[in-house]
Design a protein around this ligand. Structure first.
Ligand code: IVH
Length: 679
């Protein structure tokens, strides 16, 4: 647990920031102020693990645990031994390296031998020391293994926010933690409040005599170790631990899915050794997923911001794994069919690793004769429009984007939400009310409220002061940067990160309106599907009209600040596709190098392409396509040779010349700034 509250931490941090600003010479590279870098890297570099990251054998029964104990006993030939029992945290395995007491690297498990280097992201974990407390027995260079996780309250908050934004809910905190670790911007990672628990210390050779001594040392060094671990002198004591936490674990603010049992003595661990996949000296006991039986009373159909229809089961409330379950997700129509679910059925509800309860089966023996088969609606439950199911999608969708009330309302709620326009005084509830009263239907209508004060005054529960706040909030939202406006428009798949990338690349709505889907797809983080959706949205006349009204309301439709200035025009007229993983640069860095020297990036390989820059793990299809079009395939080093030497060019790299038909292509889009307004 942390020694200071979040608030105290933030205060101390602010103080440190001031001190460092006043005395820059004193700022240390591992100062906590350096945690939240704005570092944006496209793809993570990978690193080899010094010690492979193995997994544990799983058991699901106490008999299995007793058998494990017998194997250990046999392997140790009658010697006395003890175990350490720990909670199995349901998060993401992480390997950290500390050199001379400083955190120098964080690597994900990856395939067990190589993982992604996510150092900038793990540095944002507040409870993780960047510098260790000095200790005489601290190895100069060692590795800490542990679990990165998202505390349950943070996970719940995140999902509540996603629900409000009409985004798909995250299935469990593990997925959420893993997704967070892979975010490209460490500032965004910091906002997600990840935590870490250390569970082992590794050095070449044996350093401590026992695992328990290593856990104690980690604690002394200042690393967060969950204080729930215990030594057990027999399998009976192990089972006591297992029983104790079976229910108690639900009181913890972290998701756990079992117990890890490890032989304590490190010499005995070595003696027992490893199978191909896992150690023989440790095992994971997984608790059975908690299940309950209850009645299905109703199926409701929610229509989200994007028109996706999600069935939700309304149940007779039942206690399950520490909470009372009243509703369960049914995912989609397929699942209702697969379960042959009927209204009035007794159903089994489970909460396994998934925090959102789900229906896993029907008690057919107990099916009441009057149970009614569920008829999935063919029309939108809100607006009556026939539902469609696009090919390859699991969800039915209401295609009435412009007229379906819950979609319109959810889009307005999204527009005013904190991460979008953040309109103070106009929360989801108020905007919903104004929508129900037909005072607003689109984001642009919000800006007309200023001249409709007289109508606002007549509304119940909306005093003069609230109206002042509301109008001031609306006025202030006109200063919200373009990227957040773009996010607020609620274009399908255009989340915060994609909106930032598009805004940074195109810098104005006009440049974006002029871009093709293919061009957009080449922007980092923006794939083909997203680009298609964005281009489609931008082409709709209603959306163009909406943008025009927002422009007239003086909402920011252009990025402010300096545009990146090209370093040279050495690559002018050349187009590049970058594919794979590179040794010295992230893909983002390579893209930046190319564009800052006048080159263009695209996503698809055509005969017009000048070069394919190929890294490791590039798919064979890309290579073949490039060879087919006679597009030269170059390496990272060869790309460097194309750049002016100040950009880090390797002088002697051999560079194939682009073939004639791959020579300079005329820019298909005028530079932003030269672009005339489309309206
Ligand atoms: S020890 C040789 N201890 O569970 C494997 N693992 O397959 C050493 N985990 O993904 C792992 N809590 O990240 C160990 N207290 C704990 C753990 C733990 C969670 C995860 C681990 C790995 C999986 C084991």
């Amino acid at each position: 647990m942390s020694e200071v509250s979040d608030q105290e931490f933030d205060q101390l941090l602010a103080e440190l920031q001031q001190l460092e600003a006043a005395h820059p010479g004193l700022a240390l590279p591992n100062s906590p102020t350096q945690r939240v870098g704005g570092t944006v890297t496209k793809q993570f570099a990978t690193a080899a693990h010094r010690f492979p990251m193995l997994s544990l054998g799983n058991t699901y029964s106490e008999d299995d645990l007793r058998e494990f104990d017998e194997r250990v006993q046999k392997g140790l030939e009658g010697a006395v031994y003890a175990y350490v029992c720990e909670l199995k945290i349901d998060g993401v395995a992480m390997s950290l390296r500390y050199e001379d007491g400083q955190l120098t690297q964080g690597v994900t498990r990856g395939d067990g031998t190589r993982g992604d280097v996510v150092t900038a992201n793990v540095r944002t974990i507040k409870t993780l020391p960047l510098s260790l407390r000095p200790a005489a027995d601290q190895p100069a260079d060692f590795e800490v293994r542990g679990e990165v996780f998202l505390p349950l309250p943070v996970f719940d908050e995140l999902n509540a926010e996603r629900e409000q934004n009409g985004e798909a809910l995250l299935a469990n905190p593990r997925n959420a933690a893993s997704g967070t670790l892979k975010l490209q911007s460490s500032a965004q990672v910091a906002a997600r409040k990840l935590r870490f628990y250390a569970y082992s210390l590794l050095t070449p050779g044996r350093y401590f005599a026992s695992h328990s001594a290593a856990l104690e040392a980690l604690t002394r060094y200042g690393l967060p170790v969950s204080d729930t671990w215990r030594r057990a002198n027999s399998i009976a004591e192990v089972l006591d631990f297992v029983h104790y936490w079976a229910k108690k674990r639900f009181d913890l603010p972290v998701a756990t899915d079992g117990i890890v049992i490890k032989v304590d003595d490190l010499r005995q661990q070595d003696q027992l050794g490893y199978t191909a996949k896992s150690p023989r000296w440790a095992i994971a006991y997984k608790y059975p997923a908690e299940a309950a039986r209850t009645r299905l009373n109703e199926v409701q159909y929610n229509v989200g911001r994007t028109g996706a229809v999600t069935p939700v089961a309304v149940l007779t409330p039942v206690p399950l794994a520490g909470t009372v379950v009243k509703r369960a997700t049914l995912h989609n129509a397929n699942q209702i069919e697969a379960l042959d679910l009927r209204l009035g059925d007794l159903v089994f509800v489970e909460k396994g690793g998934e925090i959102i309860p789900k229906i896993t089966g029907v008690d057919l023996a107990a099916r009441p004769p009057e149970a009614v088969p569920i008829r999935y609606p063919t029309e939108c439950p809100a607006c009556g429009t026939p539902l469609v199911r696009p090919e390859g999608e699991a969800h039915f969708r209401c295609p009435n984007e412009r007229g379906c009330p819950p979609q319109l309302k959810a889009r307005l709620e999204h527009y005013v939400s904190r991460k979008a326009l953040n309109i103070d005084g106009l929360g989801a509830e108020t905007v919903g009310r104004l929508f129900d009263l037909k005072m607003v239907a689109t984001p642009a209508d919000i800006y007309d409220l200023a001249i409709r004060r007289a109508e606002l005054v007549t509304l119940e529960r909306l005093g003069e002061k609230s109206i002042d706040n509301l109008l001031a909030g609306i006025e202030a939202s006109k200063q919200v940067p373009f990227a957040r406006v773009l996010f607020g428009l609620g274009i399908r798949y255009v989340g915060e990160t994609v909106a930032q990338k598009l805004a940074a690349h195109y810098r104005s709505i006009d440049a974006l309106l002029a871009a093709s889907a293919d061009e957009m797809a080449a922007v980092p983080e923006v794939g083909g599907v997203i680009a298609e959706a964005a281009a489609h949205w931008l082409q709709q006349p209603e959306n163009r009209a909406l943008l025009e009204r927002l422009r007239r309301a003086r909402v920011q439709l252009e990025a402010t600040g300096e545009a990146p200035v090209p370093v040279s025009d050495r690559l002018a007229g050349l187009t590049f596709v970058i594919s794979g993983v590179f040794e010295h640069h992230s893909r983002d860095q390579l893209q930046a190098l190319i564009t800052s020297n006048g080159g263009k990036i695209t996503s698809s390989i055509s005969k017009k392409l000048s070069y394919l820059v190929a890294g490791d793990n590039m798919g064979p299809a890309k290579r073949e396509k490039a060879l087919g079009f006679k597009v030269p395939i170059i390496s990272e080093t060869q790309l460097m040779a194309l750049l002016p030497s100040s950009s880090g060019a390797g002088e002697d790299a051999f560079l194939p010349a682009p073939v004639e038909e791959n020579q300079p292509v005329a820019p298909s889009r005028p530079a932003p700034g030269q672009q005339a307004s489309l309206f």
